[in-house]
Design a protein around this ligand. Structure first.
Ligand SMILES: C[S@@+](CC[C@H](N)C(=O)[O-])C[C@H]1O[C@@H](n2cnc3c(N)ncnc32)[C@H](O)[C@@H]1O
Ligand code: SF4
Length: 393
């Protein structure tokens, strides 16, 4: 058994365990300056290192919290949690991901560096954290290290989740490691190829491990404080017996952190993927759900590769978009009819001129009555979305 250090933390289906004696980013606990959070409120908030914080960001964050508490439907504050998708193309076929099953949810493409810079220029003063993936594999994008460098030069803490199952050149990996990336989270959903590829269809565990070793080596050789390197396991029925092996392997790989994540699924068709251990299972798939007002319409902003805006990252459906940032800009979109209608769902102040996906979902994201994309957890406003490969375990 690998011992869980005192720096471990648990929130919203993610358990983060710190293995590193040096710098480590753990989930924020309650009553801290940058966000007293609890299970009912908030994202899995990383402790943003000092070098990425500023007075302006703090002021915006406080105002956003106040406006959320007051359930304002038109906001003076800007979002502070961002998701930008460099591409929605992927090399793998994960069966519970709408990209993995080739669902026809939106057109495929890649964000250009020029457009990425336009986005960063709009958000740099307020962005506490930027997740650099949504529905694809971001490391397929050649200029990804340049994108990260631009964001980190503008003092934005960037978090990248990747399948890492690609034969990168050493130059690409070195550029990625030296880009100023804040956190690198790598999927290791099994410790043997047989188990790994049950979910990561098309992936090669050997390649992932080789890339992790190279990344750890580059980090050490260059004496880099960032990125925090984390290995992550999505805990499912077929791999839950490997949790201890996964922890052991992660120690051997010398990563800084381990993440154990609950999976999300289509509760009508894909419960067979859920692990038996209730510790790694959202209880809301098994019993009645308590539903809190959604946090996203007051704090988060999701930009797809094309600039189309989704209200959160569980929605993969172009018909449910709230606008296009390259056509309208953040400021206009953030208080447009879609956002005002979405906030109205969770507020006593009502102004519902549009029926948005938020008015369907109501933050009851595990509700079996919502329309889903195949076996995946993605919700959609369409009663049926065509999928080309819907893999079953
Ligand atoms: C759609 S993926 C895109 C990024 C990258 N391709 C990857 O897989 O890491 C975004 C995140 O969702 C996670 N993910 C994939 N399938 C999931 C599931 N069924 N439940 C919860 N998270 C999932 C991935 O591990 C990743 O962290
Ligand atoms: S989860 Fe990630 S790696 Fe798997 S198909 Fe989706 S985008 Fe690709």
């Amino acid at each position: 058994m690998v011992e869980i250090s005192e720096k471990s933390s648990i929130l919203q289906g993610t358990k983060i365990i710190s293995l590193s004696d040096s710098i480590s980013v753990v989930t924020k606990k309650e009553n801290e300056l940058w966000g007293a959070i609890n299970e009912k409120w908030g994202f899995i908030f990383n402790e943003i290192p000092q070098e990425f914080l500023s007075k302006k960001k703090y002021e915006n964050f406080l105002l956003a919290r106040k406006e959320e508490e007051e359930r304002k439907i038109r906001l003076k504050s800007k979002p502070y949690h961002y998701v930008i998708e460099p591409t929605n193309i992927c090399n793998l076929h994960c069966p519970l991901c709408s990209t993995g099953i080739n669902a026809e949810t939106r057109s495929k493409g890649t964000l250009t560096l020029e457009k990425f810079k336009i986005l960063i220029d709009q958000i740099k003063d307020v962005a506490l954290e930027l997740y650099l993936q949504n529905w694809g594999e971001s490391t397929l994008v050649k200029l990804l290290p340049d994108m990260i460098k631009y964001a980190s030069d503008n003092k934005i803490f960037v978090n990248l989740s990747t399948n890492f199952s690609i034969d990168y050149s050493n130059e690409y990996l070195e550029n990625l490691l030296k880009s100023g990336l804040g956190k690198l989270v790598i999927d290791v959903d099994g410790t043997t190829q047989e188990i790994f590829e049950k979910y990561r269809i098309g992936g090669k565990l050997e390649t992932v491990l080789k890339n992790i070793r190279t990344a750890v080596k580059f980090k050490k050789e260059n004496n880099l404080k960032f990125p925090i390197i984390a290995s992550k396991m999505l805990v499912m029925k077929h791999n839950e017996h490997q949790i201890d092996d996964f922890k052991k392997l992660s120690k051997e790989l010398d990563v800084d952190e381990i993440e154990l994540n609950n999976i999300q699924i289509n509760p009508n068709t894909a419960k067979s993927w859920l692990p038996n251990n209730p510790e790694y299972r959202y209880a809301s798939y098994d019993k009645s759900r308590t539903v809190e007002p959604c946090h996203w319409p007051w704090s988060g902003f999701v930009v797809n590769w094309s600039g189309d805006i989704a209200p959160c990252c569980i929605v993969d459906d172009s018909d449910s978009d709230f606008g296009n940032i390259f056509e309208e800009g953040l400021e206009k979109i953030w208080n447009n009819e879609y956002y005002v209608s979405a906030r109205s769902e969770f507020s006593n102040n009502k102004e519902m001129t549009k029926f948005t996906i938020c008015n369907m979902c109501k933050n009851d994201t595990h509700n079996p009555n919502l329309f889903r994309v195949g076996d995946t957890f993605s919700i959609t406003s369409k009663s049926f979305v065509k999928v080309k490969d819907n893999f079953k375990k």
